[in-house]
Structure formats: C-alpha cells, structure tokens
Ligand binder design. Sequence first.
Ligand code: DX5
Ligand code: ZN
Length: 216
Amino acid sequence: MKTMIAPSILSADFSKMGEEIKRMELAGADIIHCDVMDGIFVPNITFGIKMVADIRKITSLPLDVHLMIVQPEKYVERFADAGADYITIHVEATEKLNETLSLIRKKACKCGAVISPDTPVSALSGCLELCDMALLMSVYPGFGGQKFIEKSLDRMKELSALAKIENPDVLLEIDGGVNLDNISAIKQAGAQIIVAGNTVFSATDPKAVMQELRAK
Ligand code: DX5
Ligand code: ZN
C-alpha cells in the first residue's frame, strides 16, 4: 500500500489556517490531520467543531480528526456533521469505546481507536474489527515537535501483527516525532498513514519533504 502523508495542522500558523492547508494540499498531502484537544485529556487546548466545519469548506482532502478529549461519545456526531472523514478516539479517554466507534460509523464516517505511549497494544484487541483505522501515538499527546519515542517501532510491529489476525483491512497510522531519519524504520514496522507536523510545516519545500517521506 502507498504511504499516505497526513500533515498535522497543530504545527500550522493558526492565524492563516486556510493558506496553510492550501500549502499542504499543493505539496501533495493525502489527508489533513486535525488535533482536537480539551485541556483535560491532554495539557493543551486547540480547537473544536467549528474549525473542522470551516476547514471542510476550503479543502476536498479527507479530514482525519484526532480527538484528544475526555468522553468523546458526547461530541463525535457533531464532528461527523462538521465534515470529518475519519474520527479517532483514545481508548484511555472513554468507558464506551466500542459504542462510540459504532456511533461514528453510523454517521457514515470512518472510525479509529488511538493508544498513547504507555497503553499496551493489547488494549486494541477486540476493537480492531470495529475500526477502519488504528492510531499509535509515538509521542505523549498534547504537543507538536516532540521527539519520537523509539519503543514505538516495536509497538507498531506488535500492532501490525495483531491487525493481521483481527482485521487485516484496518489502516495503521502513526503520530508524533516523524522525520526523514526515522521514516524508513516506521514504514518497515507497518505504518501506512504518517502524521507529520513539524517536519512538513517547518520545511521551506514541504513538497520535497513529502516526496522524501514517501520514497524512503
Ligand atoms: C500530538 C499530536 C500530533 C502532533 C504531531 O498530540 O497528536 O498530531 O501534532 O506533530 P509532530 O509531527 O511535530 O510530532
Ligand atoms: Zn494527532
């Protein structure tokens, strides 16, 4: 499968969001990754439903909405109505994981479960068959520009093996600290969708960086 690049707009200049997304689109982004943070599940606050709805108006690229919020079950339907194509929820953030995944799918939106770095990969066992996507965090959620946690490579291999058994169609995504030095090992470990914030947004030539991320 072709590697898909999903620039994380957390690294964009929020005062120029429209232009920043166009810049990524022209550079060849496959997906736009939108990090929603509530200041409770993670120690940072970003944006919510209206931002996703407004971004929906200016791009036809798929929107991958990564919810770093507690009780995502309260909001997933509204994010789907705002135009999200994928909605991912953290297993640590809800007691209603399977129910919430089904709720997302009922809105004709693709769904996924996310694990933070300290959550065992086995926490995804049993829910992968309900998921279109599984997201492995390779930094602690909350901020862009952090260093890639090396043990994430083994964790991605473990997830890839689990997915082969429980749902071979699930898309495997990685998020945090991806750069031109570690991308090759990350892909070899099984990641198919690569979230990249700092690496693409800080580049003077994001197109070249995206091409290199795909080629390596
Ligand atoms: C972190 C976010 C990531 C982050 C990735 O909580 O979920 O999407 O923006 O940014 P980089 O690639 O800079 O680590
Ligand atoms: Zn993210």
